[in-house]
Each structure stands twice: as structure tokens, then as C-alpha cells.
Write a protein that binds this ligand. Structure first.
Ligand code: ADP
Ligand code: MG
Length: 647
């Protein structure tokens, strides 16, 4: 355990993250425009010393106020006959340099203060932050003027003043983000490994808050250029004959009526420079701040993107209340396509429970979420298939119609009730809310109904407990609340995604029993997702086994469990420990499932299968009926080989 663990992204993911950030930046039009403007200005500023310019400070009274494009002067001359073009380029160079210097000084001082305050806390925090508060108590232009007045006019002093007034932005931002990570486990781990405060600050805290520093810099540098120009405009920054953009504007102001170009040209350059810097700064902020990235530019939509190549599947005759036909869901990230769900079909009748079993990452949750277009989008897209609820295609419904189905005719129970319940609302309020979202009932009636529902799912003393907050309940009770919310509107379809995985075995048994009883009561169709064959055999009528995004075997629960036909199912069952059967060695499945972005063209399990032959890898393997209502995606199913399991 040491700090190296803490630098969350490894080098490859970091490169991917950098690529993603760059692509967000590139897709951001305004930032691209800003980058072009800024790049032009920076290139010209860098080249100024080698360009064939007249000396910027050479006074030539004979040639005063020549308008632009006259007498060989591109931008004319000012009131002392100095060449405007030369002064403008040298001035822009100076303004840019001073603005950047001020930004670096403010970033260095402010970030150090903020990180130390956040990291050390207590009296150090109190002292530093009160000092920052004192800085912030003055309007900052006034403060900058005061500082320059005290230090004396001059560009260097103006730079110091601008830097000082910007220190609080960095200090407060960095203190906040340091506080957010200082109690995380990787900091504790670094401390336990014997690292000192300085070493932790440099190797653990700094890399994690660096993006915040960059974001704050990129969004304040424009201001600082403007503020420096402002001080020069007032005569407190650059002193004659040296000129920056601000002082050129200030000197030209007196001639605004006679020779407007003397002030408007530097004004326009300040405008372009600050606009360019700010557009690029905003782009950098959007690219680096994940909250903004998911917010402003790539906000997940309330409905999964659906791009079904084929015309929507005809309703046809449906074999159950829920029928899923060739459903496919993909994720597109960083130029890769991950086929998470690959042509999945099944049907569930009223009162029936279909178990969806498979190892972690096989696509169970994405299948469940796709049914009501709940997959996050971007990056998810449903590329094919139909989901028929009572014969109507759910995926062609409008967002409003979908919202009415979700939690109404079809509802979910999720794995972790702690993260699905609202921490600030009582459980009674949350169940009542589920009711009121779908039924026109009064607050009082909904509360009564909520209490009855809580009673139904065996929350002891429901009337009093309805006032409890989620954190006051045990895990099992929270999951019962989740079930109560899912059942509130008598759903026709109940989708339970590993509802008992977070619970201990005794509570798990109670919750399963409860779900089973309630399913009978409402005769709801249940899709029960689990990776546990024991649980599946308890509650499911039929079982579908999923592997690498496909259903590889489906049949009645006892058929699949006792006579598995697909070698994968067989190996999964062999991995289940059996109580009371003495010591027995597990045969873990060697290898790993194929990556969802590089699925093989043939059977996805072939590389891990003991019975695979060349034919298995040649082309996609379709379903084979091994018995009536028992299908397996295998060219040589175990049954046909005459094998029997003894488990
Ligand atoms: P499980 O069977 O354990 O529930 P999931 O359905 O959650 O598995 O995931 C199936 C596949 O989809 C995995 O390979 C996972 O990496 C991928 N996946 C899930 N969510 C996303 C996402 N938001 N972005 C990219 N890939 C995802
Ligand atoms: Mg899952």
C-alpha cells in the first residue's frame, strides 16, 4: 500500500482521459475560435523582436497623427509621431507577458495557501482563510489601486497588485478541492506508509488538485490582462516611453474625437486578446471539469439514444406481457464500440419469473436498463430490437410516455438501496412520492398508502418507521423500502437487478420470500438478475444465462440447473459451492470473457471452452433446441453428448 495507488488514473487510462478531454475541447466551437485568435496574437507577440518594425519609442514630431494606411505607416502614428504598429505589437507583447506573470504569481501563492489551509485545517486554516477574507473584503479594483499607490506606479508593481487581488480565487478554490480529498483513504494509506506531510502534499494532494489550478488559471488570466491594462490606462502601470495596450488606450483617449484610431486600435486588440483567452479558458474548464463535461456539453439525456437500423419490429402476437426481441445496446467511447448487449430476446408471462444469470460484466444490468431506455446516453445507444409491453413497443414511445411507464407499469429494484434512496427524505415520503408520481392521490392518502405498503413489506412498526431516514434502517430494511416503492403502483413488470447481493444470507432469504409472495399477489412478470445460481433456483421459473452480451442458454429452471447444455452454464454451476457435500475442489473458469469491443466472430466462449472445435470459431452460433423449451447457443451441446451433471 503506498501512495502510488492513489494517483487514480494509470498511464494508459490517463492517456485515454487526455484524449477524451482534447476531443471535448475540439468539439467546442467557441473554444476553437478563441484558440485561433489567441494563437495568432501569441505568434505575433513572439515574433515581434525579429519583425522589420520601426523603433516603437522614436519620436518624430513632423509626422504626428498620420492616419492608418498613409505614408507607408500601416497603422499610422500617434500624437508624438511614433509608429502605431510597432507600439501596438510591443505593447501587446508586454500586456500578455505581464498578465501571464500575474497569473502565475497568483496561482502559486493562492494555491499554496489554499492547499495548506485545506490539508492542515484547524488554526492554520482559520488564520490563512481569515487573511484571505480580509483581502476579499475590499472591492478588488480599489485594492489594486491601493497597492500600486503604496508601492509606487510601474508595470512590475501593477503586476504584483493584480496578482495579490487574485490570490483569493485560487486560495478558496484549492482549499475546497483539497478538503474534498484530504479524508480519502489513499491519503490515510500514504500516511500509514510513513510519508511526511510535505511528501503527501507533493505526491498525493497536488496531482489530484492540479486540474483545479489549471481551470482557475485559465478562467482568470483574461481578467488579469484586463486589470493590468486598467491600471496602465489610469497611468499606474507602464510608464512612458514604455507602452502596453492599457497605456496606449489611456494616451489615445484624449484624441478620441480628432484621431480615433489612436485609441480604438489598442482597444480592439485588448478586446480580441481577452475574448480569445476567455473562450480558450472556458473550453479548458469544460474539458477538465468532469461535472461540466457531463453537464454543459455532454449532458446525459433522460432517454437512451435509439438508432434502430431496421424498421421498428411489428407488434405481432406477443408471447407474454414483456417481450424483448433482438435487443442490442452499444457504448461508444473514445472511438471504440462496446457491444454490451448483443441481440437478446426473451419473453416473460404474467406471474412468471425469469432469472438472468451471468458473471459480472456480461451485460445483465445494461439489458435491464435498456428495457425502459434507461441506459446513460451518451455513451449508450440502443442499436436494434424492440421491447414489447403488452404488445406495444416501449422504445418508440415519447419521453413523457416512457416516464409514465417507468415506476408505473414497469418498475425496478436496484442492487444498492443505500444509493437509490434519497438521504434527506424519510422513507414514508419516498414511498408516497412514488405513488403520487403515478396516481392522483392527496398527500395524506398517499402517506397512509405508503405506511400500508411499508407494512406489506414487513417493516416492523411501519407507522412510526415511516418517519425514519434511510440511514436509520438496516440494509435489509432499506431493500424492503426499495421493493415497496417498486410495488407501489402494481407494476405489470418488475425488474430486480441483483436485489439481494448487498444483503447477508438470512436477510436475503427473507427478501426473496417476500418478493416471491408479492409477485404472486400482483401476478407481475419478474426479470430477476443475479449472479447466484442458488438464488436463481429459489425464485425463478425459467433461467437465461448471459455471456459477453448474449443469452447463451435459456430454459426451465430445473432443466438449466440439472441438465445444462452449454459448457459455460455447466462451468458456472460447477463453481457454486454446495453445503454439506464435503470438501470439493472448485473448477474456476480459466481465462477471462472477451472484451466487449473485440468480440470474436464465432462463439464468444470458444477460447475458454474445453470442447471448442474450429467450427465454433468460424461463424456466429445460433440457438439449438436441446429439449422442448430449452435452447442453447452451442454447436455441440452437452446433452447431445450424453453428458449428465452430477451436481
Ligand atoms: P453486469 O452483467 O455485471 O450487470 P453490465 O451490464 O453492467 O454488467 O455491463 C456490461 C458491459 O457494458 C461491461 O463490459 C461494461 O464495461 C459495459 N458498460 C456498462 N456501462 C457502461 C458505460 N456507461 N460506458 C461504457 N461501458 C459500459
Ligand atoms: Mg450489474
Amino acid at each position: 500500500m503506498n501512495g502510488r495507488l492513489s494517483r487514480l488514473p494509470g498511464s494508459a487510462p490517463r492517456r485515454a482521459a487526455a484524449k477524451a478531454a482534447l476531443s471535448v475541447l475540439a468539439r467546442n466551437r467557441p473554444a476553437a475560435v478563441g484558440a485561433i485568435i489567441l494563437a495568432l496574437i501569441v505568434v505575433i507577440a513572439l515574433l515581434t523582436p525579429v519583425l522589420p518594425l520601426l523603433p516603437p519609442d522614436a519620436i518624430d514630431p513632423a509626422n504626428r497623427l498620420i492616419p492608418p494606411l498613409n505614408a507607408g505607416r500601416t497603422l499610422g502614428t500617434d500624437q508624438l509621431g511614433r509608429d502605431m504598429l510597432a507600439r501596438l505589437l510591443w505593447g501587446a507583447r508586454l500586456s500578455l507577458a505581464v498578465g501571464l506573470a500575474a497569473t502565475f504569481v497568483a496561482a502559486l501563492a493562492g494555491s499554496s495557501i489554499g492547499v495548506c489551509a485545506g490539508y492542515f485545517g484547524r488554526w492554520i486554516d482559520a488564520l490563512l482563510m481569515r487573511a484571505i477574507d480580509m483581502l476579499m473584503a475590499f472591492p478588488y479594483v480599489l485594492l489594486a489601486l491601493t497597492i500600486v499607490a503604496a508601492l509606487g506606479p510601474g508595470l512590475f508593481n501593477a503586476m504584483i497588485a493584480v496578482a495579490v487581488v487574485n490570490i483569493p480565487f485560487f486560495a478558496r478554490n484549492l482549499r475546497g478541492s483539497t478538503l474534498g480529498i484530504v479524508h480519502r483513504e489513499f491519503i490515510d494509506a500514504a500516511r500509514l506508509s510513513g510519508k511526511g506531510d510535505f511528501s503527501i502534499l507533493v505526491s498525493e494532494v497536488l496531482p489530484n488538485v492540479a486540474p483545479v489550478i489549471v481551470i482557475t488559471m485559465s478562467t482568470t488570466v483574461g481578467w488579469m490582462i484586463l486589470e493590468t491594462a486598467g491600471l496602465s490606462f489610469l497611468g499606474l502601470g507602464s510608464q512612458p516611453p514604455q507602452a502596453d495596450l492599457g497605456s496606449m488606450l489611456g494616451e489615445g483617449r484624449k484624441l478620441l474625437l480628432n484621431a480615433p484610431f489612436v485609441s480604438t486600435i489598442p482597444g480592439a486588440v485588448i478586446f480580441l486578446l481577452v475574448i480569445g483567452v476567455n473562450l480558450v479558458g472556458d473550453g479548458i474548464r469544460d474539458a477538465l471539469d468532469p461535472r461540466l463535461r457531463s453537464g454543459a456539453i455532454a449532458r446525459p439525456s433522460p432517454v437512451t439514444a435509439i438508432s434502430r437500423g431496421r424498421a421498428a419490429v411489428d407488434a405481432g402476437h406477443s408471447q407474454g406481457v414483456l417481450q424483448v426481441r433482438t435487443l442490442s445496446t452499444e457504448f461508444q467511447t473514445a472511438g471504440e464500440t462496446y457491444k454490451a448487449v448483443n441481440s437478446v430476446s426473451f419473453a416473460i408471462r404474467n406471474g412468471e419469473c425469469l432469472g438472468l444469470v451471468g458473471e459480472s460484466g456480461s451485460g445483465k444490468s445494461v439489458t435491464a436498463l435498456s428495457l425502459l431506455a434507461l441506459v446513460q446516453s451518451p455513451p449508450g445507444t440502443i442499436t436494434e430490437g424492440a421491447v414489447l409491453l403488452d404488445g406495444e413497443d416501449v422504445l418508440s414511445k415519447s419521453a413523457a410516455a416512457l416516464r409514465f411507464i417507468r415506476g408505473g407499469r414497469a418498475s425496478y429494484v436496484f442492487q444498492d438501496p443505500q444509493s437509490t434512496l434519497h438521504p434527506l427524505l424519510t422513507i414514508g415520503e419516498q414511498v408516497a412520492e412514488a405513488l403520487r408520481a403515478h396516481q392522483p392521490v392527496s398527500r395524506v392518502k398517499a402517506w397512509d398508502k405508503a405506511v400500508r405498503l411499508l407494512d406489506l413489506v414487513r417493516i416492523p412498526n411501519a407507522k412510526r418507521r415511516a418517519h425514519a431516514f434511510p440511514h436509520e434502517l438496516s440494509g435489509g430494511m432499506r431493500q424492503r423500502v426499495g421493493i415497496a416503492m417498486a410495488l407501489a403502483n402494481h407494476p405489470e413488470v418488475l425488474i430486480a437487478d441483483e436485489p439481494t447481493t448487498a444483503l447477508d444470507v438470512t436477510v436475503q432469504a427473507q427478501v426473496l420470500k417476500l418478493m416471491n409472495e408479492l409477485r404472486m399477489r400482483d401476478s407481475a412478470a419478474v426479470l430477476f438478475i443475479t449472479h447466484d445460481f442458488g438464488v436463481a433456483s429459489d425464485i425463478c421459473d425459467r433461467i437465461a444465462v448471459m455471456y459477453a452480451g448474449q443469452i447463451v442458454e435459456m430454459g426451465a429452471a430445473e432443466d438449466v440447473l440439472e441438465r445444462p447444455a452449454h459448457p459455460y452454464t455447466r462451468r458456472l454451476i460447477d463453481c457454486v459451492p454446495a453445503l454439506g457435500s464435503g470438501i470439493r475442489s472448485f473448477r474456476a473458469i480459466g481465462g477471462a470473457p472477451p472484451a466487449a469491443n473485440r468480440l470474436p466472430s464465432g462463439c464468444a466462449f470458444a477460447d475458454r471452452c474445453d470442447f471448442a472445435v474450429a467450427e465454433c470459431r468460424a461463424r456466429p452460433v445460433g440457438f439449438v433446441a436441446v429439449a422442448s423449451n430449452h435452447l442453447a447457443r452451442c454447436l455441440h451441446p452437452l446433452e447431445a453428448r450424453g453428458e449428465r451433471t452430477s451436481a
